[in-house]
Each structure stands twice: as C-alpha cells, then as structure tokens.
Design a protein around this ligand. Structure first.
Ligand code: FES
Ligand SMILES: [Fe+2]
Length: 436
C-alpha cells in the first residue's frame, strides 16, 4: 500500500516531478519509423510534453515544442523544408536545434538572437524506432538492445496507446501470475462462452498450467523475472525475462530472434505499449520499410477486446483507473516483483537526487555493445511461453510464406545458430515465492 503522496511521486512524470526527472535521464521511443514514412510531421506527447516530430527533406529528424515561438500556432500543421519545419501561420522556419532560420514575413532574420528559439530535443532512429531524450545534457548513449541492432533480422512493430498511467502497465509486466490467470483460465472462459473451435486450439497450445514458483533478481541494469511451470531447467526460470530500468523488456533468445517491449509514459494518464519483433535470418537483411501496426486496446464503442492477450491486459490495467489508487490496495506475497520495482524506483530517484546517474544510464563509448538477455544462451529451443508468442508464431509463419516485401523474399528465413552466450547478470538481490 502507498500513501497518496508516495503514489504521486512514483506515477507523475510531467516536467519538474520526481519520477519525471528520473524518466528524463533515459531515451524513450517517440514514434515508429513507419509513421514518418507515411507522413513527415507528427504531433507526439512524451513525459507530459506536447511536441512535434518531423523529418525534413534532407532526412534530418527534429523534435520541437508544439507551440510556435512567434504567436503560438501548433507546429503540428507545419510543412517540411530542406532544413527544418515551417510554421503554417507565417512561414517561419525552425531547424532541429530549435533556431528560427528564416522569417519571410520579417524585414531581416534575427535567427540567433535567442528570441526565436523553439524547445528542441535530440532524436535518434534505431531499428525502426525513433527515440527522444528530454533530459539534462549531455544526453547519455542510446542503449543498443539486441532486437534493434541485428542486421540479419526482419522486423515489425506494433503499438497500443493505453489510457492509464505508465506504472500500471509496467507493474503488469512484472506480474507473472496474471499470465496464468488472465491469459490462461480467463482466456479459456472467454473462448468457451464464444463457442466455436477456437477453444480447442487454445487449450492445445496453452493448456494453462499453474506456476510453481516465481522469482525476481535485481541485477546491475534492472530486474529479471523468473517463473517455474515445468522444472527449474526451463528457460523461464534458468534465464528469465529482463526488464531493463526503467521500462524496457527483452523477450526471447538471440539466434532465432526476439522482441523488445517499451513502456512509454506519454503523459500521466496515457502510456504507449510498443512491441518490436524481430526474426533473424542469418543473412544481411535490408527492409525498405519496417511495418508498424496500431493495435487497438479496446473496441471503437469502448468495449474491451477480451479474446486477445493484448485486449485482456488492456482491460486489466485500464479498469484500475486512469491512475490506480494504491492507498486501498492489498498486496499479496506473490506481488513481490511489484514491491521490488517500486523500491527500485525510489532508490534510483534518491540516487539521481544525490547527483549520480540512475542505473542503466550508459555514457562509456568503449562499453557500448549489443545488450542481450543476461545469461541468455543461443539455443534453438522454443523461446517464449508468454501469451504473445502465439501472435509471433503467426507472424513468423506469414514471413516464412513469403508475404513480406520483395527484397525479403530472397531471404531464407532459416535461423542460423552462430552467436555466443551473453554474460550472466551480476545479481544484487534475489527474492522468490514458492506457490505450489
Ligand atoms: S505563429 Fe508561427 S510563424 Fe507566426
Ligand atoms: Fe499480459
């Protein structure tokens, strides 16, 4: 249970807030590249700030404050130029550093007077995702999560805007038991009520088995979630699923591919759940465009979609409220991951307030390699027992059948096991709960 004030300090991420200051030490996804391929100017929200993302005619990315510094018209209706974004209202032109570099309606340009500078933030593109950094300078290095870096992978992204606070979405990821219940028994209940053949397929694929044990390791860059359904030799316990601080999870092995989940706080009551999936081919892949699909969390009429894992998660976190009241919750022993994560948030905020970088902020260019699942081996065993694995299998089958781009069709989608094991995590603390 948290007091109202403690809850606010963990959940509110606008400028000047505690958690907002913490989140501003990290790069966050702000768009999928495919969104800019469709249209070069987008209104985006990140950490409670209203911004405009664009790619100009020379290909430079820029992220500016939404309001034009002249008289406040939204730059989201602006047009791109060779260099920068032009406001629709009087054609003033702003470059990616925020400077006004052209004022056609004025007798002379006062570009570097300091008066006409827009808010501007650094942006970088990697693996089909555009990342932004809204924090104090100098910006740290953009983490090289493996799924973003593989040059032999076919990638696809999808995202859902969830209308609730980011911490609810993150806590859901650190709650392995909901997989057994919500995506197991409840899923079966929903399919049974629907009737038809789907329930047989579901039971054959998932046969929801109870979890025997759950465990969490605090490692140098975040939290590793582990659980046992079969034996402790299973990957879900031996390797586990890492959540890199503050809100990035890596799922799956490395030689066949994997996924990365980014939980992005858009504002205090909206969260972007972004999933990037990659299948490795063993040969260099050039993807002209990396598909991005917006997955609705709910139906247009507001009803929940209860026969998909994504829709079930949406129901579970949205019905907790736009920001969950944690002063009337009753945590159980099995909520150990959630307790650990809240403690970690507080610890890292104190660290930041003491003038140090919080964990997983990377600044050393000599130690900027690919980030893999700690201790993850490169076997060809099935990599995932989580509910979205079914969606990934369908996607993999689609690619194997050649429904992707013409260039990709030349690629044999057979996985090649070549990579070496990732170093094991340095574990600071281990907590586990035996359930059955
Ligand atoms: S309001 Fe933007 S140029 Fe005038
Ligand atoms: Fe889930």
């Amino acid at each position: 249970m948290l007091t109202h004030r403690e809850n606010e300090s963990l959940t509110q991420i606008g400028p000047g807030t505690r958690a907002g200051n913490l989140m501003r030490h990290y790069w966050h996804p702000v768009a999928a590249r495919a969104m800019l391929d469709r249209h070069p100017v987008h209104h985006v929200t990140l950490l409670g700030e209203s911004l405009v993302l664009y790619r100009d005619k020379r290909g430079t990315l820029g992220l500016l404050g939404e309001r034009c510094p002249h008289r406040g018209t939204s730059l989201a209706w602006g047009t791109i130029d060779n260099e920068g974004l032009r406001c629709a209202q009087h054609d003033w032109l702003f470059n990616s550093d925020g400077w006004c570099i052209d004022q056609p309606t004025e007798p002379a340009v006062s570009a570097d007077s300091g008066e006409y500078r827009s808010t501007a933030y650094p942006v970088q593109e990697l693996g089909g995702v555009v990342f932004a950094y809204l924090g104090p300078t100098p910006a740290p290095l953009l983490p090289h999560y493996n799924v973003l870096m593989w040059d032999d992978a076919i990638r696809e992204t999808n995202g859902t805007v969830v209308p609730c606070n980011w911490l609810q979405v993150m806590e859901n990821l650190l709650d392995p038991l909901h997989v057994e219940c919500l995506h197991g028994r409840y899923f079966a209940y929903v399919l049974e009520r629907k009737g038809g053949a789907q329930i047989k397929e579901f039971m054959a694929l998932h046969h929801p088995a109870p979890m025997k044990k759950i465990g969490f390791d605090l490692f140098e860059n975040g939290i590793l979630e582990r659980h046992v359904i079969g034996t402790e030799e299973d990957r879900s316990w031996r390797i586990g699923t890492p959540s890199f601080f503050p809100a990035t999870s890596l799922i799956g092995g490395a030689d066949k591919g994997g996924s990365v989940i980014f939980v992005v706080p858009l504002d205090d009551t909206h969260t972007w759940f972004l999933l990037l999936m990659a299948i490795r081919t063993g040969r260099p892949v050039f993807q002209e465009s990396i598909p991005f699909v917006e997955v609705p969390g709910a139906r247009e009429n507001g009803g929940f979609i209860l026969d998909t894992a994504n829709g079930q998660d949406h129901m579970a976190v949205v019905t907790q409220g736009t920001t969950a009241h944690r002063d009337d919750e009753h945590l159980g022993t099995s909520d150990v991951g959630i307790v650990l994560y809240r403690q970690l948030l507080n610890e890292q905020m104190e660290r930041m307030e003491g003038g140090q970088d919080p964990m997983n902020v990377r600044r050393d260019p000599t130690d900027h390699g690919i980030i893999d699942v700690p201790g993850g081996e490169q076997s060809l065993e099935p990599v995932d027992t989580r509910p979205w694995s079914r969606q990934r299998r369908r996607w993999a089958a689609r690619h194997a059948e050649g429904q992707h781009g013409s260039r990709d069709r030349e690629i044999d989608a057979q996985a090649q096991g070549t990579a070496s094991p990732a170093p094991p995590p340095v574990v600071r603390e281990h907590r586990e709960v035996t359930l059955r």
